[in-house]
Design a protein around this ligand. Sequence first.
Ligand SMILES: NC(=O)c1ccc[n+]([C@@H]2O[C@H](COP(=O)([O-])OP(=O)(O)OC[C@H]3O[C@@H](n4cnc5c(N)ncnc54)[C@H](OP(=O)(O)O)[C@@H]3O)[C@@H](O)[C@H]2O)c1
Length: 270
Amino acid sequence: MDTIRHHGSDVPVLGLGTWQLRGAACVEAVERALTFGYRHIDTAQGYLNEAEVGEGLRRSGVARDDVFLTTKVRPREFRRRDVERSTEESLTALGVTSVDLLLMHWPNPDVPLEETLGAMRDLQDRGLVKHVGVSNFPPSLAERACELTEVFTNQVEYHPFLSQQALLRQAERYDYLVTAYSPLAQGLVSRDPVLQEIGAAHDKTPGQIALRWLVQQPRVIAIPKAASAAHQRANIAIFDFELSADEIAAIHGLDRDERLTDDMHVDWER
Ligand SMILES: NC(=O)c1ccc[n+]([C@@H]2O[C@H](COP(=O)([O-])OP(=O)(O)OC[C@H]3O[C@@H](n4cnc5c(N)ncnc54)[C@H](OP(=O)(O)O)[C@@H]3O)[C@@H](O)[C@H]2O)c1
């Protein structure tokens, strides 16, 4: 598994997404992924699976310190005291003493950014959280966040059908990572003829091509969700080949501004 050195941590460039994984299936998926070599897991308060993610982690036998663990604070918990309480609840559910990364899950215009990020910084000072970041922040808001604190990442939807060039330029300027969620476009990449053709040339699937295209870009990491063993294995088998500059350009050409997850509070043009 390749890693990126960022803000003093080694982050595996590919993590396991866990949205919609629940109950025993979640425990099993997390445990199995870790035995396959995954070392980066993404969860959130809103996924209602933090306890199962923690259980999968313990059952795998992989040392806690060897796994990069992310969770996210729900927007309704953005007041100072709520950030503290809900994060402590997340740690209890996960069964860990700290997380590697804590994100604001979505912007919430009802709570000042200063208040939420200030509370998250205090959690860092207390050692409960190693890094802080944001998710679903458009450029203008991400810029404000970067002026208030050291932002580790902005986790956003990013796949071949949705360009993120503006955020990538900003990530360079403010030294944050872009974490690509829905990197397989929730399965849509499998049907794309360009990705199929490039895949055939490398003996890889369209999904593997999409993931390779993401992690080959500077500052980009990806968190595909996969419940099945076959999909989990496929998604980490992307470190034994490289895409050419022409192939990368062809995949950038697939952008059709297709956003699969949206929220009416976010103005992506800004
Ligand atoms: N911050 C946010 O607001 C936000 C929003 C959305 C997602 N996320 C994070 O990003 C993660 C990934 O995004 P996502 O779940 O929306 O979509 P995704 O990872 O693009 O796609 C997941 C879907 O693709 C299938 N799949 C996985 N590997 C495959 C493969 N090798 N070949 C064919 N199909 C494959 C999965 O099936 P199986 O599960 O059946 O294997 C599942 O149906 C989430 O789980 C979550 O952790 C964050």
